[in-house]
Design a protein around this ligand. Sequence first.
Ligand code: GDP
Ligand code: MG
Length: 317
Amino acid sequence: MAAASYEFDIVPDAKSLKDDDMVIASMGPTGSGKSNFLDKLIGGKANFAVASLESQSSDVVAVRVKKHPLYKDSIVILDTPGFDNVLKSDLEILEMVSQWLLDVHHMKIRIKGILYFHRITDTRVSGAPNRNMRLMGDLCGTKGAAAAVLVTTMWDQLRSDDIGIRREQDLIKNFWRDMVSNGSTVDRFFNDQKSSWDIVGKLALKDTSEVLLLLQEEIAVLNRALEETRAGQNLLAQFHRLRGTQKRQLSILESLAKSNGHNPPPDFAIRHAALSTQIKETTAIIEKLQVPLGRKIRLLFQRNPTGRAIVIGDSQP
Ligand SMILES: Nc1nc2c(ncn2[C@@H]2O[C@H](COP(=O)(O)OP(=O)(O)O)[C@@H](O)[C@H]2O)c(=O)[nH]1
Ligand SMILES: [Mg+2]
């Protein structure tokens, strides 16, 4: 395929979607290659990679590729913005993505698929990639997994393909096993236009018409609030752990200062204030995510989703 440059439109909201649109969401940590994939898909001078890095506070960007020889104007890609790799951003991403997923659902349009991006050059799965994968498992669930394509990027940066193939097998065996056994496919992105359309093309051929993501089922069918969903609850658990760590750090700092008599270290006040602020921030998020007792009781008696969350990975986040 000769490199082409496609026209595109920014889709302002889900209301502007058409019945036969194929909506494809992208997920994955900052720097995993979501926007670059979109740039390659469109070709030419599109530069969503730079745009998504510069606009830190931006929302999900929905891009419609136009006049494609096969798909005409039907492919719409959702690009999630770049954030620092901190836990708070996971919540913001979840809020933004879930809003789109629900709006799409309410328009009675199916999500064609979710591309999950992961750098094959990463030597281990930790921090942001680990948290993002878990979020993906909570969001898709067993019934939504079939719509997911787990895309590894940066193959052109490897010293040899063998290294990548080994890492890919490792990912499939240790992290993506349940996703794959529930129907997710695994694909490689070689940083060019052909490769991006190959991946989209395979997804377009897949029948995902019956796929309902766990998050969509929980919110749209079972009327749960975002914080009552599996993804919301798992994030809450992570914020509890984060606050535990922050509190431990604070008490270590205080006991260090005490053991030093009346001579606290020179930066004690600054560090103490910083940690106290962090704890306050985490507490505010926990309170926002906490399900009130009355609702918890109601949930106990409510029907459970037909799909269940997929637990990804075996290590603690
Ligand atoms: N060489 C190479 N660079 C890539 C690849 N995927 C992404 N990049 C680069 O990695 C950086 C981060 O990618 P970006 O798409 O902005 O990541 P995002 O945060 O997930 O949107 C950018 O400079 C991209 O051009 C790839 O497969 N190969
Ligand atoms: Mg980006």
